[in-house]
Unconditional design. Sequence first.
Length: 348
Amino acid sequence: MEMKKSSLMSGLLAAVVLGAGIGHAFASDVTVATWGGTYTEKQRKSIFDPYTAKSGDAVLDAVYTGGLGQIQAMIESGNTTWDVIQMGAPEMFNACGQGLIEELDTSKLASAADFKEPGITKCGIGAIGWGMVIAYNSKLTGDQPKSWNDFWDLKKYPGKRAMKREPQNNLEGALLADGVAPADVYKVLSTKEGVDRAFKKLDEIKADIQWWEAGAQPPEWLANGGVAMSTTFVGRILEAQAEGAAIKFGWPGSLYNVDYWAIVSGTKKKDAAYAFLSYATSPEAQAEFSKIQPVAPVNLKASALLTPERIAIMPVGDNLKDAVPIDSNFWNDNLEALTERFNAWASK
């Protein structure tokens, strides 16, 4: 677990300024597990530090790497050191079903009424709306690849492909490349024949796939020419573009979903967790984060606080007209089995 010393210091200073004493600061601080790197740095700037300035309570951050292993180990040890976590939708639903995260008491969330399903669920409240897109090195591809068919076309667009080492997004992309209509992806993927079809399609480019696990890898590989195309998150590409990289992306064929805030089961700081979440899910906090990270706010009142120019680079509106909404219920039911099959396939 990574914690920033500056967070601890800010908590100590807040306690002194407020005359509350160190014990009070430690009792009401909150540890938030999220994705790390520049993503967490932007959360600190737009959410964590403003919350500390307003409340006097410190926000410590930890790195969550996905899946449920970290949370399970923590809870089984009887030493829950995380209070709040940001999770992808499949993991959130799975964790909720296993009792690893708390059922939410919406009466303790100040902006709960500003969220509509699927932005708010039994155990999670929306943190961000995000898009997974196809990005490419324009020096290597020439014209813009416009679909999953192009991603699979190694003759027209030679070069390696980078994909995240997990079944999510990849199985959907494989079916789209195989001609399945966006509206039918999960209908097909819900059958054994559909899953077999997706893996058979992945076989076609398997020798040219370079697997990524950290979000910083795709823009780095694209920029240095190690891969010609990659699935990736929009924010990473915009950061690379700002540094002059010859990387572009397109919205057609993108997949989108919601990440959720949740409260880790067993936390001894549930009141502090709710206080933090009430702030983090406010329209103002979500808009401030979206101003510096190209993700969509989930609070329905937040978009009114953003400029049209900012909204244009987010996974919202017309940008999603040819996109596929990720079916979290499908992945909640099938994540374990398909991950096992995917890992076995990828390791061969």
